[in-house]
Write a protein that binds this ligand. Structure first.
Ligand code: SF4
Length: 432
């Protein structure tokens, strides 16, 4: 059996120059993360302390939940509450008491801050401490901010997990080494990774966030953190403060990223290359084969990324290296150079990178480059489509299962579909 793992050589540069822009931006706020977080931690509840706009945002983004007993809600702070902060605190306590009385299944309650000025005046961390004291040991109350002033949409997850990290039980210095996979993954993807790690021979693998707040993974000096998402800077720092160490790795998107990500953990636990090869080969070959059908559509096509999710750099790397797409500009809301070191080294040389946004200037650059595909937020997609550009909603990339070998083709398909749709419309227009 061959022991060659198909990881291509670096041809980019981890020190690529970056265009930094600070202007008007078009991105969802961190409240959006509640949509996938509430599905993951099944005994948690997210109480947004906000305005009617916040309530509307999460209700419409998670519309399907109106048929079930939801695990999120908004405590609307209105003008009546402005009469006095003390009243607003009383009001919040009353809402929480009523909620916990009605929903005894809630074990972890997040108070999620937002950006209206009346909410900013409320000290939610004190409110969380006060309410935690009242409801312990049955319910733990934590807080974080999803405010659009401080966060873009994936930073909501980072803020939530960073708030949860100090609550993890402590692992001791004499405990055996363990692997902690960090970042919200759909259960089906988490199960696939758990099976792969078991087949490779990596011991003591846990996932954070867990599916239940009663199963918080322990963390300590022998915990090795493997980030599954590129937007978890604060969470990684909070875990490092607990003694954990981060494993440097690219992110598990596409065949190459997934292989290198798994391999980084396998190497740390001293797994032999041949064992790694044997355990990953079937899934890797299946994924490589399944990518072929999308390569035909994507090869040579030019793509432009607006900054939305912080997934842009790993995704651009996957599209350029495994599917032959050309990167015109790769925008990211925030560039964490350390966490993205391997990803940057894998980008084609001279990739145009930008960080932050000045939306009008970036729109001008996009129009003049006239890419085949633009990845952007909902607010930009319709105007750009009406100008004849083909777009992909960035938010879909966060809502869909896209990590790992089994999802590599689905991930490529998310980019191929709008191009196929555009080709079909153009054909129909020519024929009619
Ligand atoms: Fe809008 Fe701010 Fe509420 Fe987000 S947190 S929905 S940006 S008001």
């Amino acid at each position: 059996m061959s022991a060659v793992i198909p990881i291509a050589a670096d041809h980019g540069c981890a020190d690529l120059p970056v265009l930094r822009e600070r202007g008007q931006r078009e991105v969802f706020c961190g409240l959006t993360g509640i949509i996938w977080l509430h599905r993951k931690i099944q005994d948690a509840f997210f109480l947004v302390v906000g305005s009617r706009t916040c309530a509307h945002l999460i209700q419409s983004a998670a519309g399907v939940m109106i048929f079930a007993e939801p695990r999120f809600a908004t405590a609307i702070i209105d003008e009546r509450d402005l009469a006095g902060i003390a009243d607003a605190n009383d009001e919040l306590d009353r809402v929480v008491r009523r909620l916990l009385e009605r929903r005894p299944d809630i074990r972890l309650l997040f108070l999620v801050g937002s950006c209206p000025s009346e909410v900013i005046k409320l000290d939610l961390s004190r409110a969380a401490q006060r309410l935690s004291r009242e409801f312990l040991p049955n319910v733990r109350v934590l807080n974080y901010s999803g405010s659009g002033i401080e966060t873009t949409f994936t930073q909501g997850e980072d803020a939530c997990l960073a708030a949860l990290a100090p609550q993890l039980p402590a692992a001791g210095a004499n405990d055996p080494a363990s692997l902690l996979v960090v970042g919200c993954l759909p259960d089906v993807v988490e199960d696939q990774f758990a099976r792969l790690f078991a087949a490779i021979g990596v011991p003591r693998v846990q996932f954070f966030p867990p599916r239940s707040s009663r199963a918080l993974p322990p963390v300590g000096p022998n915990t090795h953190v493997l980030l599954a998402q590129p937007f978890l800077g604060d969470t990684a720092r909070a875990l490092e403060q607990r003694g954990a160490r981060r494993i440097a790795a690219p992110f598990p998107f596409g065949v190459e990223g997934t292989t290198a990500w798994l391999k980084a953990a396998a190497d740390l636990f001293g797994i032999a290359a041949t064992d790694f090869e044997r355990a990953t080969q079937p899934a890797r070959e299946r994924a490589q084969l399944s990518l072929q059908r999308h390569r035909e559509t994507l090869q040579g096509k030019r793509i432009f990324f607006f900054p939305d999710s912080q997934l842009e750099i790993p995704l651009a790397r996957f599209l350029a290296r495994e599917l032959g797409m050309q990167l015109t500009e790769v925008g990211t809301p925030y560039l964490h150079r350390e966490h993205l070191r391997q990803e940057l080294a894998w980008l084609p040389a001279q990739t145009a990178l930008s960080e932050g946004q000045d939306v009008d200037k970036q729109l001008d650059r996009c129009r003049s480059l006239a890419p085949d595909l633009v990845v952007c937020g909902l607010g930009l997609a319709n105007p750009l489509e009406s100008e004849g550009l083909t777009t992909k909603w960035a938010i879909e990339l966060v809502f869909s299962p896209v990590h790992g070998y089994e999802q590599a083709a689905d991930l490529a398909g998310l980019f191929a579909r709008p191009l196929k749709r555009r080709a079909m419309l153009t054909r129909e227009a020519v024929c009619s």
